[in-house]
Design a protein around this ligand. Structure first.
Ligand code: AHG
Ligand code: MN
Ligand code: MN
Length: 338
């Protein structure tokens, strides 16, 4: 069958049969996530029209309308997942606590983490934003309500991960541990169709992505790391190109296809409490599974992201993710300071 006509469901069932997740329940879960993404895409694509078509029926400011989009996206995904019949809990970057499915007839064995709208602050500049998801199997007994431990698992325990990017086209990129596959929405049929089978990230990149505005908040080792990519003495023998959109999903997706490294280092904005900005459960773990399945790597500068286990639902980590050679170089540079 020509590549452009394979839907996600067909791909999962017929091309992922080796995957332990090619089950009806998992396919159902992915279909619910996809329906959520289609609903969010519809609203995100309208966001630019908030002023023009006067969607602000009340006297709410455009910002308030757009801020609602973050909450709207969260509610769409949670609403769909809660009723999917295949999950026992869902946790979101937008909610302080996880939602537990208490109806035993509605409960399943999967746990889902979501960043419902990533890069949200860019939406009214018509910059690509995304949704990120991460799927685990529960660890606690099936007949009980899910426990916090079902959410606080190691990244290596994910059974699937992926993201949707709402850009010039809407794309779904996901993995179940059998490689990384990209699907592009064909609006004429309302389906995601296989467009990027077996995505592989180049082993060495030419692009570095970091918010250099944080320079004064970085420690000396981090400055040394960023300098490396701007210097003549890296593997290119010349400076990498700097590309930074400020939407993690958009920056990550470009580097996944073209090669390169995205960095959000630890910053000392609060000298007493240095921290990363990005969330382990909703951003780092899922994208780390995707990038490793595509042949890349993700660390916190020293430790592999997939080996990390969250201690709380909203733990933040430094993130270095992309082409394997470049991410390993970061760890080598940091080790010189240890
Ligand atoms: P979110 O919109 O889910 O809060 O994520 C925003 C994140 C991520 O998308 C992006 O890489 C990062 O914020 C940009 O941060 P800076 O503006 O500090 O560079
Ligand atoms: Mn985010
Ligand atoms: Mn978000």
């Amino acid at each position: 069958m020509p590549m452009g006509q394979i839907t996600v469901t067909e791909h999962l069932l017929y091309h992922q049969t080796r995957s332990h997740e090619a089950t009806g329940r998992f396919t159902h879960l992915l279909s619910d996530l996809i329906l959520g993404a289609k609903i969010v895409a519809r609203e995100v694509n309208k966001a630019g029209l908030v002023d023009i078509l006067g969607f602000t029926c009340s006297n709410e400011s455009k910002d308030e309308m757009l801020k609602k989009l973050d909450v709207f996206a969260n509610d769409v995904f949670v609403h769909r997942l809660e009723r999917s019949g295949v999950i026992c809990a869902v946790a979101s970057e937008e909610m302080p606590d996880m939602v537990v499915v208490t109806d035993e007839f509605q409960r399943g064995d999967y746990v889902v983490m979501i960043d419902p709208l990533d890069g949200f602050s860019n939406i009214d500049a018509n910059v690509s934003i995304g949704s990120i998801f991460s799927i685990y199997r529960r660890k606690s007994a099936s007949h009980k309500d899910a426990e916090l431990g079902d959410a606080l698992q190691k990244g290596v325990d994910q059974v699937a991960a992926g993201y949707v990017i709402y850009g010039s086209s809407t794309m779904l990129v996901y993995t179940t541990g059998q490689g990384v596959h990209g699907f592009t929405m064909d609006p004429s049929v309302g389906e995601f169709l296989l467009s990027h089978p077996d995505i592989r990230i180049p082993q060495k990149g030419k692009i570095y992505s970091v918010n250099e505005g944080n320079w004064n908040y970085w420690d000396a080792p981090t400055r040394q790391v960023v300098e490396y990519f701007k210097s003549m003495d890296n593997h290119l023998g010349k400076p990498f190109s700097s590309r930074y959109i400020g939407s993690l999903v958009a920056d990550f997706h470009r580097n996944l296809l073209f090669g390169g490294i995205f960095m959000y280092p630890m910053d000392y904005k609060n000298p007493k409490k240095p921290k990363g900005k990005l969330r382990l459960l909703y951003e780092a773990h899922p994208l780390a599974m995707v990038v490793e399945q595509a042949g890349g790597l993700a660390t916190d500068g020293r430790k592999r992201i997939l080996d990390l286990q969250a201690e709380d639902l909203h733990q933040r980590v430094p993130l270095f993710i992309g082409s394997e050679y470049d991410v390993r170089k970061v760890s080598e540079l940091y080790r010189q300071f240890d």
